[in-house]
Design a protein around this ligand. Structure first.
Ligand SMILES: Nc1ncnc2c1ncn2[C@@H]1O[C@H](COP(=O)(O)OP(=O)(O)O)[C@@H](O)[C@H]1O
Ligand SMILES: [Mg+2]
Length: 340
């Protein structure tokens, strides 16, 4: 659906050259909700703008629906862009126009007739839950309502692809959740492919199926949400994952490690194993006490995922046997003896 092939973007600002995007390869399949995460300045917005050629890549190809957008005429490009819509962090609404007219705007540009426009706008207002607000102006709306207008406007021309640039970054957590729900509904009901860029890992966790981590213009890691969240490879991905997974070991527990005689481990459970009472089995089979110090069980893409910090207490050899037993068990993904 969207294929970026060796895409780079270099900005010339005076004497200086800034490489905002560097040799990026990215494939977004039809129907995906794909997230790109990175810190501010990583090159995310530039990358997103390369997808619809708002930013022309310095090198590389942008293939959308099998068409190389870097190689077609400007007329053809305008045509192709109609199927790619954008949603912005600060909504970019026309302040002097009512909600209704903001949503009607792209349809008027496309030369649709009045009854068609009314039909479509009413339908979209209903879909985003703003039927009552049609006659209001943007400054009479909350942030969440403004973003719903932005989203309805983006959907007006029935796009195949929705590009979201930090669409929830200006919103409070509750409003963010409701906008993310709306994006999921759009993906499900209208079968629209969604590419989201954000610096908020919880957005990625809650709505995306796949993720790429971007740093200094490059994609340094990518994969399914489950793979990246359960086993992040790079330091940056690990930090992003930690920011939402509550898997950092609290200071009070790290403090316990100063005592060499304590045996503290990180245990990671995946899928069905989260429902299996492995730790109580261990306590029964061996002469050890299992003390859960910290952790949680959450869901990633509907798969249970548990991350626990435990302490084993008992004689050294019993602890070793218990450790071996846990390690052999299919339910266990990883035990880190130094708990760090
Ligand atoms: N039009 C531009 N001219 C010059 N430099 C730019 C331009 N747009 C972005 N940059 C630079 O490119 C880098 C990436 O920016 P951006 O894509 O906005 O990152 P992000 O969205 O991840 O915060 C930054 O260093 C930024 O200053
Ligand atoms: Mg940005």
């Amino acid at each position: 659906m969207i294929e970026l092939k060796n895409v780079s973007k270099v900005f010339e600002s005076g004497e200086k050259q800034v490489t905002a995007v560097q040799d990026v390869n990215l494939t977004v399949e039809k129907g995906d909700i794909y997230g790109v995460i990175g810190f501010s300045g990583a090159g995310k917005s530039t990358l997103l703008r390369c997808v619809n050629l708002l930013e022309k890549p310095t090198t590389g190809k942008v293939v959308v629906n099998g068409r190389d957008l870097t190689a077609i005429s400007s007329t053809k490009l305008r045509e192709a862009r109609k199927k790619i819509s954008m949603v912005f962090q600060h909504f970019n609404l026309l302040e002097s126009k009512k909600v209704y007219d903001n949503i009607a705007f792209p349809l008027r540009l496309a030369g649709e007739d009045k009854p068609t426009i009314k039909n479509r706008v009413d339908q979209l207002l209903e879909f985003v839950g703003l039927s009552e607000q049609a006659e209001k102006y943007p400054d009479q709306l909350s942030g969440g309502q403004k973003q719903r207008v932005g989203i309805a406007r983006a959907l007006a021309t029935s796009p195949d692809i929705l590009l979201c640039d930090e669409a929830t970054s200006a919103l409070d957590p509750q409003t963010t959740a409701s906008i993310l729900e709306l994006l999921k509904r759009i993906n499900r009901e209208y079968k629209i492919t969604i590419l989201i860029i954000t610096h908020e890992m919880q957005v990625i966790r809650d709505v995306c199926q796949k993720v790429a981590v971007m740093e200094n213009g490059k994609i340094i890691e990518q994969g399914s949400i489950f793979d990246v969240f359960s086993n992040p490879q790079t330091k940056t991905a690990q930090n992003f994952v930690s920011s939402v997974m509550n898997d950092r070991i609290p200071k009070s527990i790290l403090h316990l490690l100063e005592n060499d005689s304590r045996h503290i481990y990180r245990v990671t459970f995946v899928g069905d194993s989260t429902g299996y009472p492995l730790l109580s089995q261990v306590a029964k089979r061996f002469h050890v006490e299992v003390n859960v110090l910290h952790g949680q069980i959450t869901e990633l893409q509907d798969i249970p995922f548990g991350n626990l910090i435990i302490e084993l207490q008992g004689k050294e050899d019993e602890i070793r046997r218990a450790q071996l037993y846990i390690n052999q068990s299919v339910q266990l993904q990883e035990v880190l003896a130094d708990a760090n």
